[in-house]
Design a protein around this ligand. Structure first.
Ligand code: SAM
Ligand code: SF4
Length: 322
């Protein structure tokens, strides 16, 4: 589908749950009540949405959450999505804690890649950022196993004041392993609004101290807006995702389905198509397609992260899927 600004929309992020086994400070607070189970779309409903989306030219899907792997049956869902005619790519974003035990299943399903979020290799800081849950060692072990299995693996780190000192050690994982390490600018969504942003220029400066030959590369490494850097000393690439300081809305290719079945044209605004009601009130496949097409048609030209009062989205990132 081509939207009103000439952008090709072929990618959908699907949140399968708003629950999570971590409480990353910028994403999900301790006391957030999850949606009721009946409010979350069933896998069958998700597959119906995906089938309709495929017919409209959306052929790439990212499974997200909350933490997608805390939802029972997520691996089997990935299998079924991969088998849906017209689906070209299915990838997963996860905090990695349940990845190792799911690796067999998702590799067999033919998952096309996994993004593992990891904000610190220092255990004390990891726990300070994750609400005292999980461990960096467990995530790292999953990353190693995933890369060993030949699964395309990327590490995503949100840049915060607290983890500034972790940048070099996290980037060094791209030297040790064939993984890309991406640094993401904090977005003013949900709890990210109250936290201070660290600019990506700082990352480059630091990393050039260690890998002086770091240089931009035009290689296409995924579906997203990251720009990548390479060095002879690195197996993987370093990616920067600077959604706020360098708006990349002109090349936006995506829509987002929340766990509760709201289809969002843009992360920044609270507008959404209520696919759950449509699905549960007997909407036909044609009506579903029409609702998806309307959502694409409603994609705004750009976000307004630089103008806080124009950000109308009030949900936490864990309720949207990132
Ligand atoms: N639980 C999974 C994970 O952590 O990868 C999937 C869901 S999580 C919401 C998806 C991504 O959004 C993670 O990489 C997370 O770091 C990122 N994220 C959450 N809140 C953010 C914010 N305010 N700004 C930038 N990225 C954010
Ligand atoms: Fe959970 Fe992912 Fe949000 Fe962290 S970023 S709280 S792991 S959903």
């Amino acid at each position: 589908m081509i939207d009103q600004y000439g952008r090709k929309i072929d990618y959908m992020r699907i949140s399968v749950t708003d629950r999570c086994n971590l409480r990353c400070r910028y994403c999900m607070p301790e006391d957030m009540a999850p949606a009721k189970q009946q409010e979350i779309l069933e896998y069958e409903e998700l597959l119906r949405v995906c089938a309709a989306a495929v017919e409209l030219g959306i052929c790439k899907f990212k499974i997200t959450g909350g933490e997608p792997l805390v939802r029972k049956g997520c691996g089997a869902f990935i299998c079924r999505l991969k088998e849906l005619p017209g689906v070209e790519q299915v990838t997963l974003t996860t905090n990695g804690l349940l990845l190792e035990e799911n690796l067999d299943l998702i590799c067999r399903a033919g998952l096309d890649g996994v993004n593992v979020s990891l904000d610190s290799l220092d255990e004390a800081l990891f726990r300070a950022l994750s609400g005292g849950r999980g461990s960096a060692a467990a995530v790292l072990s999953a990353v190693r196993h995933s890369a060993e299995r030949g699964l395309k693996t990327k590490i995503n780190t949100v840049l915060l004041e607290e983890n500034r000192d972790q940048v070099e050690s996290l980037a060094a994982l791209a030297a040790e392993l064939p993984v890309d390490v991406r640094f993401i600018e904090l977005m003013p969504i949900g709890f990210g609004r109250a936290m201070r942003r660290v600019g990506p220029e700082e990352v480059l400066e630091k990393l050039r101290g260690r890998w002086p030959d770091l240089e931009p590369t035009e290689e296409k490494r995924g579906n997203g807006p990251a720009h990548y850097y390479k060095s002879a000393g690195l197996q993987g690439r370093i990616g920067l995702i600077d959604a706020v300081s360098h708006k990349f809305c002109a090349s936006c290719n995506r829509i987002r389905l929340t766990g509760t079945g709201q289809l969002k044209p843009c992360l920044c605004y609270d507008t959404a198509a209520d696919l759950r009601t449509l699905l549960r009130e007997g909407g036909s496949d044609e009506e579903l397609k029409k609702a998806i097409a309307c959502c694409v048609a409603a994609k705004p030209r750009a976000h307004s992260f630089d103008s806080p009062r124009d950000i109308t989205e009030k949900k936490a990132m864990s309720q949207i899927g990132g």
